[in-house]
Ligand binder design. Structure first.
Ligand code: FES
Ligand code: FES
Length: 157
């Protein structure tokens, strides 16, 4: 049964009508029209759907919306609220760290969360921290290069 709840998404309180058991991913995409967060496997195996919840990367496809009602959710749209790209997005562009782009929003959200935890992340930290993000186009070396470049520039917010 649908229930009314409020979510804090990208700094704005959003009122939604949704069953609390629904995935955060489906609510973001279907109720709030935030389609930057991608559906990949739907089973917690690819991290394409990663968003930040209270600053931590979470796979939104396996996160029930009721569990994040009191938390701060940031999606890829929230990184560039006024159209100015976030430094991590700039780093991905500069390193050409994307091909088809399907995994990219999740990669970027995971990378932002990683540098929040480890601002001076080494290559080994990045490889370990980004483990679980699947890219079918094989952009991994450029993704690591992008995150290393962002870390060198002091990107941690
Ligand atoms: S779509 Fe969520 S982990 Fe694959
Ligand atoms: S760029 Fe295509 S899946 Fe990663």
């Amino acid at each position: 049964m649908a229930s009314i709840t409020e979510l804090d998404v990208n700094g704005t309180r959003r009122r939604i009508s949704a069953d609390g058991d629904r995935s955060l991913l489906s609510v973001l995409r279907d109720n709030l029209d935030l389609t930057g967060t991608k559906f990949g496997c739907g089973e917690g195996q690819c991290a394409a759907c990663t968003v930040l919840v209270d600053g931590q990367p979470m796979k939104s496809c396996i996160t029930k919306v009721a569990s994040v009602a009191a938390k701060r959710i940031v999606t890829i749209e929230g990184l560039a609220p006024k159209g100015k790209l976030h430094p991590m997005q700039e780093a991905f562009l500069e390193a050409d760290a994307l091909q088809c782009g399907w995994c990219t929003p999740g990669m970027i959200m995971g990378a932002v969360g990683l540098l929040k935890r480890f601002p001076n992340a080494s290559e080994a930290d990045i490889v370990k921290g980004m483990d679980g993000h699947i890219c079918r186009c094989g952009t991994y070396p450029r993704v690591v290069a992008a995150i290393r470049a962002a870390a060198r520039k002091g990107v941690h917010a």
